[in-house]
Design a protein around this ligand. Structure first.
Ligand SMILES: [Zn+2]
Length: 182
């Protein structure tokens, strides 16, 4: 039975994920705890943050660069989201133990999941704090550059996140297709 590999695959993926969480938290300086969430900081010139919702390490926000209301509003959106990474790890362990050829499908699901939850956090910041993502990024003229921005950025592209349309309830896939075709 192929699925007998499932527990091993799951244990491995969980280990990799929690080890990454451990490394990030260990690297960062502890700042304060608020509402059951631990806040940490990593020095950087660029303002950003990572939210870690972990079964082992609890809820953590790692602020990269300076403490910034805009970034924190977005991360607060993430804190309210489900523990989606674990669902994805279970699905991946199932997929890989069933057939290694499911990996491309898993990567697409991973990408879609991030686009959905990043946008959801942006919409939360907008709804609750009236904060919109600001960026000076211009929309690339070349289609291939736009495609790369969608694929390789963890968030939707900056030039999309700052647009008015992004904060209306237009489906993210629709925004993607429209951006590529126009
Ligand atoms: Zn985010």
């Amino acid at each position: 039975m192929v699925l007998s590999f499932f527990p091993v695959a799951l244990a491995f993926l969980l280990f990799v994920y929690e080890y990454r969480n451990y490394r990030l938290i260990k690297r960062a300086k502890f700042l304060y705890e608020k509402g059951g969430v631990k806040y940490y900081q990593i020095e950087s010139n660029e303002d950003n943050a990572i939210t870690i919702k972990s079964i082992l390490f609890g809820k953590n926000v790692i602020i990269i660069g300076s403490d910034n209301d805009k970034v924190l509003a977005h991360e607060e959106g993430h804190l309210r989201q489900p523990y989606f990474t674990y669902y994805f790890l279970v699905l991946s362990a199932l997929g890989i133990s069933y057939n290694i050829l499911t990996i491309p499908i898993l990567l697409i699901i991973y990408k879609m999941m991030f686009l959905h939850y990043e946008r959801d956090a942006d919409l939360y910041a907008y709804r609750v704090y009236n904060i919109r993502y600001e960026s000076s990024a211009e929309r690339p003229i070349k289609r291939i550059e736009r495609l790369k921005a969608w694929i390789f950025d963890t968030h939707p592209p900056d030039y999309i996140r700052k647009e008015e349309e992004y904060y209306k309830k237009t489906n993210i896939l629709k925004l993607f297709i429209r951006d590529l075709l126009s």
